[in-house]
Design a protein around this ligand. Structure first.
Ligand SMILES: Cc1ncc(COP(=O)(O)O)c(C=O)c1O
Length: 412
């Protein structure tokens, strides 16, 4: 029987399934994601259902609806349904973990220099909130960097820190795929090393679900958070917090729930009715429930492998195309690339005329495309996202636009 998914050709024609403006070139799915029209319909359906009888939905149906949504995503990432809860976003999930854990004098928290900005702030907050008896240990990660070098660096720092008296490394916060640059981190190799050293692993998987295959049982982290609204196509905002049974008593939502005494699932399922403000369209639960529509859409268009293969190939070829237009290179090796590719800009950081803000103003106002821009390891980079609704023509056009922008600063 022919696979129905094969009839969906990825690229420009998929734009009809999304809400994106026709003349906009969206190469920045990685920042906020976007969702297909069928997901918007599902979202609206839930909103209408909730508002037709809020009491009935919230008091009677909400729990089972959330359970069904958790069941669907638990199967997708291979965990037990009662080991995951929905949270607003990755930031909220990691806040819940780090602010719930108890710290003792001499505890050290390990992280990479590529840690996401809000998580860096959160780590600073934990240190200050514990009268600075907690120490932060940053491991430098300057790309391009091979997995072997990164792991060696991690192991070296663990060995050095383990030798210091009256301290212990309590935990490590590690990305599954970092943001700037957007590169895959070798978690499967690192988590066992952390475990052997009695270090809790907290995985910031903001970019993980929908981008790389996830088998959480096999990965076996202590905590894992992933955004569904980035790469899985659910409505915004929606994220999953995984806490295995052995840790559940230690972790509470960042906003305390009236159901705290009932344990992990109930307390994370309700953190106040403020979520149902209708006037500014902020409905907390309906985005979570769009998980079914998102997964059905992915299945219908051909499934995970087809999506992954298309995006990885396009990211590598498209990234190289932009780099060849700019006369620069992408961050490799290809094993660190999935849907996001980082391309060096031909502008030195010493060029004081140039700034990320000026670049973005031109990008939005003069050209109408989107990529992420950042400074890393002494260079300016852009991060371009491949998605099923983008193709090589998009990357090529963006390459020329970016060249025009860079040239305007280089000739100034
Ligand atoms: C690695 C990483 N962690 C955390 C976040 C924060 O995600 P959110 O804003 O959805 O909480 C991001 C956002 O892009 C990210 O890239």
């Amino acid at each position: 029987m022919p696979n129905e998914g094969s009839t969906f050709e990825f690229g420009r024609s998929m734009r009809s399934h999304f809400l994106l403006d026709d003349d906009y070139i969206p190469l920045n799915h990685g920042s906020y994601g976007t969702y297909p029209k069928v997901v918007r319909e599902a979202l609206q359906g839930y909103r209408d259902r909730i508002e037709s009888n809020p009491d009935k939905f919230i008091r009677r149906d909400l729990e089972s609806e959330l359970h069904k949504a958790r069941e669907a995503v638990a199967k997708f990432i291979n965990v037990e349904v009662n080991e995951i809860v929905f949270v607003l976003n990755a930031t909220t999930g990691i806040n819940a973990i780090l602010k719930s854990l108890k710290y003792e004098k001499g505890d050290k928290l390990l992280y990479l220099s590529t840690v996401y900005s809000s998580i860096r702030e959160l780590l600073n907050f934990i240190r200050e909130n514990n009268q600075e008896t907690v120490e932060l240990v940053e491991i430098e990660a300057n790309y391009p960097l091979s997995d072997d070098d990164l792991i060696d660096r991690f192991v070296k720092v663990i060995q050095e820190e383990n030798q210091k008296p009256n301290t212990r490394i309590k935990l490590a916060v590690i990305d599954s795929i970092s943001s700037q640059p957007g590169v895959i981190f070798p978690l499967q190799r690192l988590i066992p090393i952390l475990r052997q050293n009695d270090i809790l692993s907290i995985v910031d998987g903001a970019h993980a679900i929908g981008q790389i295959p996830l088998d959480i049982k096999e990965m076996n982290p202590d905590f894992f958070v992933t955004n569904c609204h980035k790469w899985l196509y659910t409505a915004r905002s929606s994220a999953i917090l995984y806490v295995p049974y052995k840790h559940q008593k230690k972790v509470h939502p960042a906003v305390t729930s009236p159901f705290t005494i009932y344990g992990f699932i109930p307390e994370f399922s309700w953190t106040g009715t403020q979520d149902f403000r209708q006037d500014d369209f902020f409905f907390l639960f309906s985005p979570y429930l769009t998980i079914h529509a998102a997964l059905e859409f992915r299945e219908k268009i051909g499934g995970e492998e087809k999506i992954r293969n298309y995006c990885k190939k396009l990211a590598i070829e498209g990234g190289n195309k932009i780099a060849s237009i700019l006369g620069t290179e992408i961050i490799g090796p290809e094993s660190v690339i999935q849907n996001m590719v980082n391309i060096r800009l031909p502008i030195p950081v010493s060029n004081k005329e140039f700034s990320d803000r000026k670049f973005m103003n031109l990008m939005f106002n003069n050209y109408n495309f989107a990529v992420a821009i950042f400074e890393h390891n002494g260079h300016w980079y852009i991060r371009a996202s491949a998605q099923i609704y983008t193709d090589m023509e998009d990357f090529e056009k963006v390459g020329h636009f970016v060249k025009e922008i860079c040239d305007s600063f280089l000739s100034a």
